[in-house]
Design a protein. Structure first.
Length: 151
């Protein structure tokens, strides 16, 4: 599996997105990803069975309860939870999964790819949400200089 510019463009072609592992704690990455996507005007839903709402948006308790317009999800959960999430994505018809660094596992990637789901891993989504800001812009610049940025 190699992340390419084309696979990233396909991921972002979804009319709506979900962040599995969205957090009410503004210091946690699940909140940062959700908040950044909201700020950049994506239609995005937090998925967290333990919260009623996050950042003013009602939480969806599971992938199975997402609106059909959601075709791409971002996982910000432990690898074992990502593996369970992939199984739900297969049933739900999700076409793209972005596994944030630390969320991915070999088993989750293999299961998603075997089901025909496009996987992006281990890239950080914040390096691709234009305009890219702060430390993520610097990180992206280094990846480009070193030849590690998806082409």
């Amino acid at each position: 599996m190699k992340t390419t510019k084309a696979s990233i463009e396909r991921f972002f072609s979804s009319p709506a997105f979900a962040v599995v592992g969205a957090s009410a704690d503004r210091k946690k990455f699940g909140n940062v990803v959700l908040r950044t996507m909201i700020e950049k005007e994506f239609t995005v839903y937090p998925v967290n069975p333990k919260q009623d709402s996050i950042e003013g948006r009602p939480c969806i308790p599971s992938v199975m309860e997402l609106s059909p317009e959601v075709r791409s999800i971002i996982t910000v959960v432990p690898p074992r939870v990502t593996e369970d999430t992939v199984a739900a994505c297969v049933q739900k018809g999700i076409t793209g999964i972005w596994m944030q660094p630390g969320s991915e596992s070999t088993a989750a990637i293999a299961a998603a790819e075997a089901a025909g789901i496009s996987v992006i891993s281990p890239e950080c989504i914040l390096m691709f949400l234009e305009p890219v800001e702060s430390v993520h812009a610097l990180h992206r610049w280094f990846k480009k200089i070193l030849g590690h940025y998806p082409a």
